[in-house]
Design a protein around this ligand. Structure first.
Ligand SMILES: [Zn+2]
Length: 104
């Protein structure tokens, strides 16, 4: 891991910022990708770059990990995970449609 990255992670943590579950970069330095799990509520387990780069299976895993950490009851947790995963798929499809357009 690069020195600048380590410094940012340390400083962001000291300032109380949480960050991307995958790359650990605090929200002070990277933008979060919001995944809606209802019409009004969203979650941001990952930064924009990780969301775009990671395969959907890995995103599924982080969604589960994040939602479980909220400590809601089992039924609600399962519902949120399912909705967020569905939305993440839609977002990924839009991304690949966009990159196909750019390439052609
Ligand atoms: Zn990230």
């Amino acid at each position: 891991m690069g020195l600048l990255r380590r410094v940012k992670i340390t400083v962001g943590g000291m300032l109380g910022y949480s960050g991307c579950i995958h790359c650990k970069m605090p929200w002070r330095y990277v933008a979060a990708k919001k995944i809606m799990h209802s019409s009004s509520e969203g979650m941001s387990p990952l930064c924009i770059r990780c969301f775009e780069d990671l395969p959907i299976e890995k995103i599924d895993y982080y969604i589960k990990k994040d939602v479980r950490s909220w400590g809601r009851d089992k039924h609600e947790t399962a519902g949120i995970i399912a909705s967020a995963r569905k939305e993440a798929r839609r977002m990924k499809e839009r991304l690949s449609a966009r990159s196909l357009k750019i390439k052609s």
